[in-house]
Design a protein around this ligand. Structure first.
Ligand code: CA
Ligand code: CA
Ligand code: CA
Ligand code: CA
Length: 137
């Protein structure tokens, strides 16, 4: 376990050094005020009704903004990234959901709450920042 932890810390250093590309940091921020929360709902609905594709509203990263993005939008607007099990806090109870999200992410299913480094994919690169979030609690 101690070895695993030092491996994770080492990965964290690598990750910080390489600075992940955070093109999904504004995901769901339909009104463009810099935060994704429930006040984005009107702009988000308008975004879905508009026939033009808007990447900000493609919460599930499937290439189109439509009704399938509503449920992940509500999750992202309500909970912080890292709170993968959506219970209002980031703690050790999120680890198993986070692990599942990484497995699903590698199979092409995107969960924004598990995309801790905000690079539009959920993969092992999200593990070090997730560990950091846990340590900050
Ligand atoms: Ca906003
Ligand atoms: Ca979508
Ligand atoms: Ca949680
Ligand atoms: Ca990621």
């Amino acid at each position: 376990m101690r070895h695993l932890f030092s491996t994770l810390v080492f990965s964290l250093v690598i990750c910080v050094a390489s600075q992940a590309n955070a093109q999904c940091s504004n995901l769901g921020d339909a009104n463009g005020d810099g935060v994704t929360n429930l006040s984005d709902i009107p702009a988000f609905i308008a975004c879905l009704q508009n026939s033009n594709f808007n990447a900000v509203c493609d919460i599930n990263q499937d290439g189109s903004d439509n009704f399938l993005d509503i449920s992940p939008f509500v999750a992202l607007a309500t909970y912080e990234r890292g709170d993968v099990n959506q219970d209002g806090s980031i703690n050790f109870s999120d680890i198993s959901s986070f692990g599942n999200a990484i497995t699903e992410g590698e199979n092409g299913t995107y969960d924004a709450l598990a995309d801790i480094n905000e690079d539009c994919v959920v993969d092992s690169a999200d593990i070090p920042p997730f560990i950091t979030l846990l340590q900050q609690q």
